[in-house]
Design a protein around this ligand. Structure first.
Ligand SMILES: [Zn+2]
Length: 411
């Protein structure tokens, strides 16, 4: 399995900055070269450089620069641009843009060809290649990595941590470990909700992961950000005060992002813990993707649904589940928390409050029938039987707060 380890960076600030500035400059140069060639050809015959041609041209344009990065690092910085283009192509319908911004900074990436491992008396070191004539950068590996029975470093990134205001090494390690055997054969369905982060069911019990902190963090972020924006609007753009507020805003956002990420990890741990308890072999995870044709919703509804970054939440649940030996299957979650789970009714309505009560047949999701419990049951039914209505929301609903917020809470 592949894991990313975060290590403190002891490189002097000016050296680390020089590397990331160099990476930023190379990718900007690649971008600008493309743009110039593209425009020169006029509107009728726009010419898009092939990757090979662009790399050769890039090398030519960069020929006089004092080299700081090893040739491979240069390639990595250029490749970042092409990867961004490929991603933009794939997501054009969602409104993705091609890279256009000039970057002063960019994370420097070492691939396997630029990384060597050296065992010394004081420990194991990573040697990261720089340009010819410059000594490689030495990074000490912690026992957490070197004690693994079979490990291999795949990639190293020099990342500026905006919130903490220091550089960090991100070391991507293949640990050679196989995932655990599945805990059982049961199926657990997970509905990522709007009110609560997740509702899980195996058909006999519903567990709703309740973390009020998630929503509170989101609301606080919006409020504080609005205040900073108002303050900034009163200043002249480009003034010292304006720039200072900009820095404060960036730092605050970076901090909040880290907080939200921690919460999302906590929620996904709780979801996987429930699946393991229930001896699941499969986790049916609700997804906005229509499974049949692989299409996604249009941009607006997608955004509405994913205001909590369900995408990242799904990603965290997936890798934690897979590490526990549980297979993850995406199930279309369209209207799953709105459709009545009564097979003779299947009426669709949007529950207004916190109780699900079907206006057509009067079905009530038991007890304190929360719409999320209906959503999870419908997802399970959709996965097992291909349609909603085969599984009723189980009578027992438990609210559980992830470990970080105190003990389990029963309702
Ligand atoms: Zn009904």
């Amino acid at each position: 399995m592949i894991r990313t380890h975060l290590l403190p960076c002891h490189l002097p600030k000016h050296e680390a900055d020089a590397l990331n500035r160099e990476s930023g400059r190379i990718s900007t140069k690649t971008l600008v070269t493309h743009d110039r060639v593209y425009r020169k050809k006029g509107t009728k015959r726009r010419h898009w450089l092939s990757r090979g041609a662009a790399e050769r041209l890039g090398d030519y344009l960069l020929r006089d620069d004092p080299p700081l990065l090893h040739a491979h690092r240069k390639d990595a910085a250029q490749q970042g641009f092409y990867n961004a283009i490929t991603t933009a192509h794939a997501n054009r319908q969602l409104g993705a843009k091609f890279p256009y911004r000039r970057k002063r900074w960019r994370t420097t990436i070492w691939k396997e060809t630029g990384i060597r491992v050296a065992a010394t008396e004081t420990g194991t070191l990573l040697l990261l290649a720089r340009a010819r004539g410059l000594a490689p950068i030495r990074v000490r590996l912690p026992p957490a990595i070197t004690m693994l029975p079979c490990w291999r470093v795949r990639e190293v990134r020099l990342v500026w941590d905006r919130a903490a205001r220091h550089d960090t090494w991100h070391v991507v390690v293949e640990d050679g470990q196989r995932p655990a055997p599945p805990p059982g054969t049961a199926v657990v369905a997970v509905d990522l909700g709007e009110v609560h982060p997740a509702a899980c069911t195996d058909g006999t019990e519903t567990v709703i992961i309740a973390a009020r902190r998630v929503r509170a963090t989101q609301q606080y972020t919006a409020k504080r950000l609005a205040a900073l924006r108002r303050q900034q609007a009163r200043q002249t753009k480009g003034s010292r005060r304006h720039r200072r507020l900009q820095r404060r805003k960036n730092r605050f956002l970076a901090q909040q992002r880290r907080r939200v990420r921690d919460l999302e990890h906590t929620v996904s741990r709780a979801v996987v813990a429930f699946a393991v308890e229930r001896r699941a072999g499969t986790l049916a995870l609700g997804d906005v993707r229509t499974v049949a044709d692989g299409k996604r919703l249009n941009r607006n509804s997608q955004q509405k649904v994913s205001s909590w970054s369900h995408g990242r939440q799904r990603q965290y649940i997936t890798y934690k589940a897979e590490a526990a030996g549980i297979r993850v299957v995406l199930v279309d979650e369209a209207y799953s928390s709105q459709t009545c789970p009564n097979p003779d009714c299947k009426h669709r309505y949007k529950p207004q409050g916190r109780v699900y009560r079907c206006p057509a047949c009067g079905l009530r999701a038991p007890p304190k029938g929360h719409p999320d419990a209906v959503g999870a049951a419908n997802l399970l039914s959709r996965f097992l039987y291909g349609a909603v209505g085969q599984i009723r929301p189980p009578p027992q609903t438990t609210y559980r707060r992830p470990a970080a917020f105190g003990q389990a809470e029963h309702a």
